[in-house]
Design a protein around this ligand. Structure first.
Ligand code: SF4
Ligand code: SF4
Length: 189
């Protein structure tokens, strides 16, 4: 069964299939996506600035080319005695993701594979809506991300330090980008 909540960058798509993922015992969480600048700004906006600083200090988050990466670790796939161990996202526990959705990337909240989208043919209308919402929201994430990268290069020519002051700057830049629509092409007069 598919679930879709459309709330801009806080949107979520989920599927009941993920609990019994046919591809991996830890589902998509074997390969956590990076936290882009857009993701980081959204997390800070939801009150997660100090959480980010703490997770960096604990090395569960690490610097990456265009934001932060999430560390992986080898852990049991469930609480069952003798359950096999698997290398997966450091935030993945025996019952799935252990962090709140406002601390996850938009990709974590919105990615859904073809098997999950097409699990139940009677939901094809919802699947189509989910696909469209995913494409629209990810395209906006890319637009804002490119703008944040460009502003960051100008404001921090030596590269970001990912401390509290940087995250405060980032959320201001994000708010500005959110209210700035792409310039439409000029129409002939
Ligand atoms: S989206 Fe697909 S690959 Fe990812 S956990 Fe769900 S069923 Fe598995
Ligand atoms: S942050 Fe959560 S949803 Fe994203 S990969 Fe890690 S465990 Fe999975």
């Amino acid at each position: 069964m598919l679930r879709l909540t459309v709330l801009g960058p806080d949107s979520q798509i989920g599927s009941s299939l993920c609990a019994q993922c046919p591809h991996s015992p830890a589902g998509c969480c074997v390969a956590p996506p990076p936290l882009t600048l857009t993701d980081l700004a959204r997390i800070v906006k939801h009150g997660g600035r100090d959480w980010l600083v703490d997770e960096l200090a604990a090395k569960r988050l690490v610097r990456a080319e265009r934001g932060l990466g999430i560390a992986r670790k080898k852990a049991r796939i469930s609480d069952a005695r003798g359950a096999p161990r698997l290398t997966k996202c450091v935030f993945h526990g025996p019952s799935g993701c252990t962090i709140h959705e406002t601390r996850r990337s938009v990709t974590c909240n919105m990615y859904i594979c073809e098997s999950a989208l097409t699990e139940n043919k009677t939901e094809s209308e919802l699947a189509r809506t989910a696909r469209e919402a995913h494409a629209r929201i990810m395209s906006e994430q890319v637009r804002i991300g490119e703008r944040l990268l460009s502003e960051m290069s100008a404001a921090f020519p030596e590269g970001p330090v990912f401390d509290a002051a940087f995250f405060d700057w980032l959320v201001f830049a994000y708010e500005r980008a959110l209210i700035t629509e792409p310039v439409p092409p000029l129409s002939p007069s």
